[in-house]
Write a protein that binds this ligand. Structure first.
Ligand code: DC
Length: 208
């Protein structure tokens, strides 16, 4: 079974993907990490984030495992990833590895922005996870505070809105619900509530 989970930044899709993967015993790929790792490789090499040739080379050089998540999860890297992700050659460089992951024999759970539309349009279950920008900014603020990073709610909300606009507005593989995706709005749900709702969507989709 392939489960495709898409949605905007801080919608809760990562947590849901991890939980669903554990529940069904499936491997999980957080595809945002690929874009974050590409951005980090560029920064470490002293290259500009809009250097498409260097970014393509960095993307092609990534290994799907062994990401240093502590460096990838921060707020700046999310911003940088969003910039790198608009470049068609970067997206093309990362497609194959994601499709290969989705094609694992028992299936997989992938989360990102274009899983149900581009990476795995054949997925058995597609969930588009959303939440209001304010809810997502609050969640991000909490997450950053837990990591010991400085928290400026207004700046975070501004980031969330900018990132939504960039991710949804780009020409190639924009953030978009697949026509056959179930939408799950987590604004009024806690993690347990969101997981129960996601599980119900999966069970419904599996019924013949
Ligand atoms: O899910 P995330 O916040 O880790 O993603 C970081 C950025 O990477 C996001 O703003 C856009 C990009 N991204 C993408 O374009 N396509 C994906 N499948 C996953 C992430």
């Amino acid at each position: 079974m392939i489960i495709a989970i898409d949605g905007p930044a801080a919608s809760g899709k990562g947590t849901l993907a991890r939980r669903l993967a554990a529940h069904f015993g499936l491997p999980h790929l957080d595809t945002g990490l690929l874009y974050r790792a590409t951005a980090l490789a560029l920064i470490d090499a002293g290259r500009r984030l809009d250097d498409e040739a260097a970014a393509e080379a960095a993307a092609r050089g990534l290994a799907l495992t062994d990401f240093d998540e502590s460096r990838l999860r921060g707020r700046e890297m999310g911003e940088a990833a969003s910039l790198v992700a608009v470049m068609p050659r970067v997206r093309a460089a990362l497609v194959e590895a994601q499709r290969a992951f989705a094609a694992r024999p028992d299936g997989a759970v992938l989360d990102g922005r274009d899983i149900g539309t581009v990476i795995a349009p054949q997925a058995d279950v597609k969930i588009f996870v959303t939440a209001s920008p304010e809810t997502r900014a609050q969640r991000r603020a909490l997450e950053l505070a837990r990591r010991g990073e400085p928290v400026d709610y207004a700046a975070i909300l501004d980031d969330v809105r900018k990132r939504d606009a960039r991710d949804a507005g780009r020409a190639v593989a924009p953030l978009l619900a697949a026509a056959d995706a179930a939408t799950l709005d987590t604004s009024a749900l806690d993690i347990e509530g969101a997981f129960a709702a996601a599980l119900a969507i999966v069970e419904r989709a599996r019924k013949p």
